[in-house]
Design a protein around this ligand. Structure first.
Ligand code: NAD
Length: 359
């Protein structure tokens, strides 16, 4: 989305901008708009500033290392940079980690969102009428808040919340807080709920990067249960464009579902990756003639949702968003990126010891 001539450059606070989606969003904003971006990120194991090296020297980009639970630091960032738009992505995001240790999810996703909302409310009250009229808070959420679906149907914006995991429950709680701050305190908010993303710079613990990394290292590729869980996959750059549309043009107080009509079973995703690797990688690990050999079914994740599917008609019809990539086109370039950037994956994994059999 290009910024139009009439659109004034804004100062945008992106929380979690050093993560997978946040960094894609910042690269998009610096490349395609005139806005100034203040990236506020705690730098957990999932963050990587290398994903932002192409914008690091841009005069319109500023990085602040900070926790969203540090209210004073958040307030200082809002005031110093005269923020007129907050796009809130900072969160703990891996479902398996939320089962192994939920407390950081409660701390960052719920208490952190509460802290941010409170700081934005106080900041808004300090602004002139004109500046306050331009302020907005965009909360970035997930389709996982809706729970799971049977064989048919899709989540739309009216679907009742029914989260299954500590991760999705913490995101659902945050969504409720954001709505309450709008209803009770008139905070100008928009929310988006997106399906599973994939693309470059995703921490190698999620299904797609863990599959590629394990395969290239000749390690087994773990698949939960029978692998028949269905997810609606969206290429991360399509999500970044959607986020810009919701943030700038979304109707205040509303939420927008974002999805790519890319339903695939986990097994089909892994097999598609193995097929591409079979063509791309000539020197396979010892004893491997076909990467599909490495697929290994493991006990299902507790509370594992069966199927997610997104009805994205609202964002398509009201904001004119369309995904530009299909699963076939984007999985191809994603696999190539990870094959070419295995050093990045290995370095990322050294930031955390939890690289065993998760995904
Ligand atoms: N990845 C997906 O498929 C997906 C889909 C839909 C929605 N989302 C949502 O999009 C957002 C970004 O997801 P992602 O995949 O890029 O996550 P990620 O795990 O790659 O990155 C999260 C970022 O947030 C930062 N962070 C975590 N806790 C923080 C705190 N307390 N204070 C400041 N920064 C903190 C981390 O350092 C990291 O840079 C999340 O809110 C997630 O719920 C993700």
């Amino acid at each position: 989305m290009q910024s139009t001539q009439a659109e004034q450059p804004r100062n945008i606070l992106v929380t979690g901008g050093a993560g997978f989606i946040g960094s894609a969003l910042i690269r998009h904003l610096i490349k395609h708009t005139q806005h100034r971006i203040i990236n506020y990120d705690k730098l957990t194991y999932a963050a990587d500033l290398h994903a932002l090296s192409c914008v690091a020297d841009d005069p319109r980009y500023v990085f602040i290392q900070g926790d969203i639970n540090d209210g004073e630091k958040v307030q200082q960032a809002l005031q110093t940079h005269q923020i007129s738009l907050v796009i809130h992505l900072a969160a703990e995001t891996h479902v398996d980690r939320s089962i192994a240790g939920p407390s950081t999810f409660i701390e960052s996703n719920i208490v952190g969102t509460f802290t941010l909302l409170e700081q934005c409310r106080h900041y808004l009250a300090s602004l002139s009428k004109k500046a306050a009229a331009q302020f907005r808070f965009h909360h970035v959420s997930t389709d996982e808040v809706f729970g799971d679906l049977g064989d048919t149907g899709q989540f739309d914006e009216q679907t009742a919340y029914a989260p299954s995991s500590p991760y999705s429950a913490s995101k659902a709680a945050a969504d409720h807080l954001v709505r309450a701050w709008q209803r009770t305190f008139d905070l100008p908010i928009v929310i988006s709920n997106c399906s599973n993303n994939y693309g470059a710079f995703q921490y190698p613990e999620k299904l797609i990067p863990v599959t590629i990394t394990n395969a290239l290292n000749g390690k087994s590729i773990p698949i939960y249960g029978n692998g028949q869980q269905i997810r609606d996959w969206l290429y991360v750059d399509d999500h970044a464009r959607a986020l810009c549309m919701v943030a700038f043009k979304g109707k205040l107080g509303e939420s927008y579902n974002i999805g790519g009509d890319g339903e695939q079973t986990n097994l089909a995703v892994v097999q598609a990756i193995c097929e591409r690797l079979n063509h791309l990688v000539h020197h396979k690990p010892k004893g491997i003639t076909d990467f599909n050999q490495l697929i290994h079914f493991v006990d299902d994740r507790p509370g594992h949702d069966k199927r997610y599917a997104i009805n994205a008609n609202k964002i398509k019809s009201t904001l004119g968003w369309q995904p530009q990539e299909s699963f076939t086109s984007a999985i191809d370039k994603t696999v190539r990126w990870y094959v070419d950037n295995q050093d990045w994956c290995q370095q990322a994994l050294t930031r955390s010891c939890a690289d065993e059999d998760i995904g």
